[in-house]
Design a protein around this ligand. Sequence first.
Ligand code: FPP
Ligand code: MG
Length: 328
Amino acid sequence: MQDFWQDEPILKQELKLVGDTIREAVESSHGFIRPILLSHVQSGGKMLRPALVLLCAKLGKEFPREEAIRVASVMEMIHLASLVHDDIIDTAKKRRGMATIFAQVGAKQAVLAGDYLLAKALSLISGKEKQIESAVVSNALSRLCESELEQDAGQGDYFISKQTYFKRIGGKTASLFALSCYAGASTANLSPVEKMVCHRIGYAMGMAFQIQDDILDYIGSDKKLGKLTGNDLKCGIPTLPLLLALESEQQEAVKELKMLLTSKKTMMNASSVKKGVSQVIALGGVQKADSIAESYRMRALRDIESLQNQEVAKQLVRLFKKLAVRSA
Ligand code: FPP
Ligand code: MG
């Protein structure tokens, strides 16, 4: 977090306050789970969702600083809770270079720890957030859960359509980005049209972000990511680089990849994962996925250009550029 926001000192300071708010909320947790939750919430993510809340909250005439920081903290805590649950579903041992809560205390207690974080997030809601329509919040969180359910039910099926993939990542990632922008815009009392534009910016940004995340699962470095690459393929989760590689016209190579994907009844072993990863790269899957991520970025940039507040618009553009070249 520290390095990512070094060019944005004011935002960095506000995000520190978000971090403090989250830490204070978690500090009152049950003694057994407190240290584990504290290290999870302080594990140094980029805090993108709260940053989007804050930036969109600055689009109005006045910046409702206190409320924006509280709403930003709620968004980050929902995200952190979803990661706790996601690591159980993915049986992930590492996140951000640290042992996951699942790896530390097992699935049963990790489920409860995630629930606990959600409960603590609710404790930050004051009841004054009337401008944030509950239907928009409920819709985003329902989509988050539905997409994870759908992904899990389809685990091991590598041959899904791109439409299914886009719907999936729309739900599991873009919906929370969109909600963050919408919530920020709502705290600033923006008009319904402006709130919709912010929602759209968040959605497109979330889509580009998740596609890039999925690309990094093929070409990233374990060390930089703080988690293992090739994990999606290993866990039976098809993502855009694979789907695009399967569309390649290099028929023989595609046939070989398909054989690898269908020959495994159980989880792929390390050497099959390695082979699959290099086949996807060689078939141009990563490159093609990158250009689709770029088209989502362009979509968001067009909406950003329409924002009245040029200062915030410039900050959003800088954030986009930084995210586009991230390697973790
Ligand atoms: C990471 O995806 C996971 C998500 C973005 C969402 C997870 C959502 C749930 C588990 C639903 C539960 C929701 C709540 C509110 C508790 P990934 O596995 O592709 O990314 P990763 O490589 O970072 O794990
Ligand atoms: Mg995961």
